[in-house]
Structure formats: C-alpha cells, structure tokens
Design a protein around this ligand. Sequence first.
Ligand code: C5P
Length: 225
Amino acid sequence: MIVTIDGPAGAGKSSVALKLAENLGFFFLDTGAMYRCVTLACMRAQVDLHDPAATLEIANCCQIDLARGSVALNRLDVTREIRNPAVAKSIKAIAENPEIRELMVQQQRRICTGQDCVTEGRDQGTVAFPNAECKIFLTATAEERARRRYQQLLDAGIDADFDEILIQQNQRDANDSNRLTGPLIAAPDAIVVATDGMSEQQVLDKLLEIVRSRRSGPSSQSVTK
Ligand code: C5P
C-alpha cells in the first residue's frame, strides 16, 4: 500500500509521516530530502544552479540513500547538512527543473516498488503516485505553521523573528505552488487534513484512522480537523 502525504512547508508532514510509517510498519520516504541532496551536491560542485543541464548532470551522479532517520549522499552522511537554511534557500531552481523532477520521481517509484510506503512531499499524490491507495493533503494556515516553527526555534534556544519566518515561509509556498512541473497541489482524490489547533498526536491518530479506513475499503471523503 502507498500512502502519500503532501502539503506546504511547516505543516508538520515530516515528523507525523515518519511516525505514521513507524506505526504501520511501512517504509518512510522523505522526498524533500532527495531535493535537498541534489541541491547540496550542486552547491558543493559550485555549478550554476540556474543551468539546467549542469544541475541535471550532478543529479544523475547523486546516489541518495534514505535509511530510517538518516540521509546519505554518495555514501556520506548529510542528515544535518541538508537541513542547513542555505540549502533551503537554493532549492527553488533544482525543484523547478523538470528533468530533475522526472529523475526524482523515477527513483521514488523504484524505492516504493514491492513495499508498503508512506511517502511525503509536494507531488506524491499528483505526479509520483497518482494511483496511490491513500492520499492525504496535510495543511494549516500560514500563521499557524509559522507560529509552530517560531516555537520550535525558541524551544531549541535559537533567537527567532516571527515576521521573518512568515515571510520566508510564504515565499516557499509561492515557489512550490507556482512551478509548472510537480507544483504543490492537493490531488482531487486526496483527503485534506487541516491541522490548526491539533497536537501532533491528534494529527497522527487522524491519519491512522484514515489509512485504516482506506485499508478496509476506499471511499471518497473530505476531512477538515
Ligand atoms: O519537505 P522539505 O521542506 O524538506 O522540502 C524541501 C523543498 O524541496 C521544498 O520546499 C520543495 O521546493 C522541494 N520538494 C519538491 N517536491 C517534493 C518534495 C520537496 O519540490 N516532492
């Protein structure tokens, strides 16, 4: 069974998708980590990120391994490095490159062949797995998502500016929604879960309920909260 979880930055997809996969005993595929790896590889190679042929060549040479909780690029651990804000800032040109997207989608399909997966990203229910048995679109208002990020940083002892977080998040949302290939959009048959005011445990319980209902027989419905 393939469970796709798409949604905007800061909706809490990664942590809840990982927990969902653990609960179900499914493989967890973090597709954002794949785009982050290609971006990091291009930055290291100092190629022009806006040169599609050059970045595609780098992408073709990236061996990305996504084991539970860690990310390796060409057999070296990059789990922390790909989360560097400099990578997130540079990712746009990579994520907009249709040939790199095609390469990533092929790899995602290969990884999920023959095993149960929870796959998380922006285009998983629309492009990568249009026939997935269970599609979820996880979202929350921009203010709620920025507030969570702000709190996370404060909890980690990092000084943060709420307005700046909101501005950057809105920029990422716009970049992800407006690209021509694989834009951020809910699949028509995705169940939309708006997580405003919900704890992570409540979101996880809701997703488990959705997956279990899909396993016992598909039905089209729209859930908010
Ligand atoms: O999910 P995460 O924030 O790690 O993703 C980083 C970036 O990778 C996103 O902002 C988006 O531009 C890109 N991405 C994508 N398609 C996916 C997953 C991520 O374009 N399936």
